[in-house]
Design a protein around this ligand. Structure first.
Ligand SMILES: [Zn+2]
Ligand SMILES: [Zn+2]
Ligand SMILES: [Zn+2]
Length: 264
């Protein structure tokens, strides 16, 4: 049951691969580029609708991303998976706890929540602490849509090498980071999209990530109105790569904002 309708806003907080672009120590054409779209923080998006703001993943760059996008509240965090480039900024949700005077609900698969517990043991340790820690409420999702203030976020299972991660569909938009393939049952959940974000690391094949060529095939198959590639490494210069893509397929870049109309 979808209650919320209106204009939804998606802000790309980071469009880069796990090490970011520029990559430490690298002097390649993209890492030294003067095009601001070639500077890519770790991958994440913010979804705003009405008064609400939902964050997908807390990257190691989250503090910088939140400052740049002027994020002043967080109603929930959805996790795609627990790789370091998607979770390591969790400690930086503390200012939202102070501002909102309460915990933030955090959603993940059972595997993701266990990994976050292992990684951030101090958050879940109930002993007395002298300094502040993030206050979160961990909530598990499976196949069912997650209702966040009237907007449903549908978890979409994806193959990430040998592992399974989740993308999310909300209204006519979907965000699918880190995947090497999209299983058939998930393709069925991605029909009739206005906007599709998907992983396109580089041209050369990779065991856990999609390539420009493979993601173009998925775009062709799913036929969204617009598609944006993300989780991009330093092999892809923004301008030159885009010039070879069909006009409805673009490379995401940090700071990109997209609006989507959510109909009842
Ligand atoms: Zn990643
Ligand atoms: Zn480089
Ligand atoms: Zn990953």
């Amino acid at each position: 049951m979808q209650l919320w309708n209106g204009i939804l806003n998606i802000t790309v907080l980071g469009s880069g691969t796990s090490v970011g672009v520029p990559t430490i120590g690298c002097r390649c054409e993209v890492c030294t580029s003067s095009d601001s779209r070639d500077r890519r923080l770790r991958p994440s998006v913010l979804v705003r609708y009405g008064e609400r703001a939902v964050l997908i993943d807390t990257t190691p760059d989250f503090r910088q991303q939140a400052l740049r996008a002027n994020i002043d509240r967080l109603d929930a965090i959805l996790y795609t998976h627990a790789h370091a480039d998607h979770i390591m900024g969790l400690d930086d949700v503390r200012p939202f706890n102070f501002r909102q005077r309460g915990p933030i609900p955090v959603y993940g698969s059972a595997e993701t929540i266990i990994a976050i517990r292992n990684c951030f043991g101090y958050i879940f340790d109930n002993g007395y602490k002298e300094s502040s820690i993030p206050r979160i409420e961990a909530r598990l999702f499976q196949e069912d849509p997650i209702d966040l203030h009237g907007l449903e976020f549908l978890p979409v299972p994806l193959s990430h090498g040998r592992g399974t991660v989740h993308g999310f569909r909300f209204g006519s938009a979907a965000y699918l980071t880190d995947h090497s393939d999209i299983p058939g049952a998930s393709l069925a959940k991605l029909q009739d999209l206005d906007v599709l974000f998907l992983d396109a690391l580089r041209h050369k094949p990779h065991p856990t990530h999609s390539t420009v060529e493979r993601s173009l095939k998925h775009v062709e198959q799913l036929a969204p109105r617009r598609a944006f590639f993300t989780h991009i490494c330093h092999d892809l210069p923004h301008e030159r790569t885009e010039s070879r893509l069909p006009p409805h397929v673009r490379l995401a870049y940090d700071g990109l904002e997209i609006t989507v109309e959510i109909k009842p």
